[in-house]
Design a protein around this ligand. Structure first.
Ligand SMILES: O=P(O)(O)OC[C@@H](O)[C@@H](O)c1c[nH]c2ccccc12
Length: 274
């Protein structure tokens, strides 16, 4: 069993009691009463002068273990917003990442930015749940879904007025994401089946994604050199967790990463094109 299979088995187990406690019928009412969805696609598009940044609230991970305590996720998210993040990502997976829907609720109450509910989506219930808790963007991991699930989940996401970050790691997964009509494609440089990082997969995969689709570089952004590399290889946005939660001053880190994205673009514009 791969790490991904193992995580998903836990996610399904944790889902069952929630469905029992709040049947889909009632959850639909909660979704209708939630704050109107915010436009994450527009937020991630930025002004074209550089890259945008998704800042993640992340306590721990299966690859790194404990990263940060984060007693007050709302306070951290406010710092992300102040620093210039375009979107805040809140991990809600409990067993491996130490997150919860309560974290999403407290972040929703504290910031105006679009929010990504970061979880392993394997059931439509979770999409309704994301909306009910004020999320604007959800994660769909291609490796975890059939084509039919991917298409159905993406359609429901759009029906609810949200966007999906469709996560890929291989050329076949990118093809599947494009075929289903994903508007925001993430390239996770971490293989979720083995947890290995390989930053060199990003450039070639990004090169195969059609214009008009936003490309998000996910995982392993450690420093400005990584940001420059992803930006010049075609990233419109970067998703950063560890480098922010481990830093005393996430505002400064965000500013430095956004600056690196802008200068990478300027350098690229100066290069002769043929
Ligand atoms: O902490 P990092 O290396 O900056 O990575 C953030 C993010 O990309 C990572 O948390 C992630 C990417 N895809 C996921 C899927 C599920 C859970 C987590 C993830």
């Amino acid at each position: 069993m791969s790490v991904l299979d193992d995580i998903i088995a836990g996610v399904r187990e944790d889902l069952a009691p929630r469905v029992e406690a709040r049947p889909l019928e009632q959850l639909r009412d909660d979704a209708a009463a939630a704050p109107a969805p915010r436009d994450a696609y527009a937020a991630l598009s930025g002004d074209g002068s550089g890259i945008t940044l998704i800042a993640e609230v992340k306590r721990r991970s299966p690859s790194k273990g404990a990263l940060a305590d984060i007693a007050d996720p709302a306070a951290l998210a406010v710092r992300y917003e102040t620093g210039g993040a375009a979107v805040v990502s809140v991990l809600t997976e409990q067993r491996r990442f130490g997150g919860s829907l309560a974290d999403l609720d407290s972040v929703r109450a504290a910031v105006d930015l679009p929010l990504l509910r970061k979880d392993f989506t394997v059931d439509e219930y979770q999409i309704w749940e994301a909306r009910a808790h004020g999320a604007d963007l959800i994660l769909l991991i291609v490796a975890a879904l059939t084509d039919e699930e991917l298409a159905g989940f993406l359609a429901l996401t759009h029906e609810l007025g949200m966007n999906a970050l469709v996560e890929t790691h291989t050329d076949v997964e990118v093809e599947r994401a494009v075929a289903v009509g994903a508007r925001i494609i993430g390239i996770n440089v971490r293989n979720l089946k083995t947890l290995d990082i390989d930053r060199s997969v990003f450039g070639p995969l990004a090169g195969g994604i059609p214009a008009g689709t936003l490309i998000v570089a996910e995982s392993g952004v450690r420093d400005v050199a990584d940001v420059e590399r992803f930006a010049s290889d075609g990233a419109d946005a970067i998703l950063v967790g560890e480098a922010l939660v481990r830093h005393d001053n996430p505002e400064d880190t965000i500013a430095a990463f956004l600056n690196a994205g802008r200068s990478a673009r300027l350098v690229d514009q100066d290069q002769p094109t043929a």
